[in-house]
Design a protein around this ligand. Sequence first.
Ligand SMILES: O=C(O)CCC(=O)C(=O)O
Length: 279
Amino acid sequence: MSTMKVVPCTPNIGATVNGVDLSNEISDSEADFLYDALLKHLVLFFHDQNLTPDQLSFFAHKFGPLEGSHHTYESLKGFDHVTVLNMGPENPPDSAEWHADLTFNHDAAFASVLQGVEIPSVGGDTLWANCFAVHDALPPGLRKDLGELSAVHDMGSFRSHAYKTGGIDGINQQMGAVGSTVHPIIDHHPVTGHPFVNVNETFTVHILGMTQPESRRLLNYLFDLINRPQFHVRLQWQAGTIALWDNRGSQHYAVDDYLPERRVMHRVVVSSDARQSQS
Ligand SMILES: O=C(O)CCC(=O)C(=O)O
């Protein structure tokens, strides 16, 4: 019998899972239990884990196939699907903006697993937002209008990295390679069917059928709503802390307040939901 205990962090989002050592292989029924908790709380935290890259990948793989290497960030040597986020004075943090991972893909990523490897003495927290709750907080008339609208997602602010390394050609090449897609602004979770607001500051660039100024105003209104603290949970990392989140209806924001200290994280993205394909 599992010893796992799920303790909510806020009424809206986030829970800590106690009583599990992820360095031991979790059983299928334990993975099912965590999956259900994930759908309910959107992000789960596990403390004092310190997993090797193999163990981290193995844990992530319990939820579905793993995404390959990232278009911009380096992979860990020998582990294509383990992305290293190594931020410090020479490579300043770049994720202090609300986003869900890889929404420029038609089938945006299912889940992400992030482990703290080197954590600043203070700062470098991550926040997650519940975009189902954001949807429910919309004025009913606006919610209805948004239900008719879709928006373009592309590589967004990753253009800066592409420009830094390859100038205009770098941007054009990466834009072509990464591509763009269109998502409804009011999207639905593929398993629960719950509606959520699916625009984010990093990757959503334009609302179709609007002029650019109209689109910007409406996007800014939605970004502002997503930024409200009542929809958030905030994690203070320790080395060995792991966060597992569902990208379908949550967004996250990595606070960039720790320079000149260094922050190193290992990230594995689960590209699709093994249990969804079974259902
Ligand atoms: O480093 C973090 O806390 C979050 C990183 C991030 O934004 C991501 O994995 O997409």
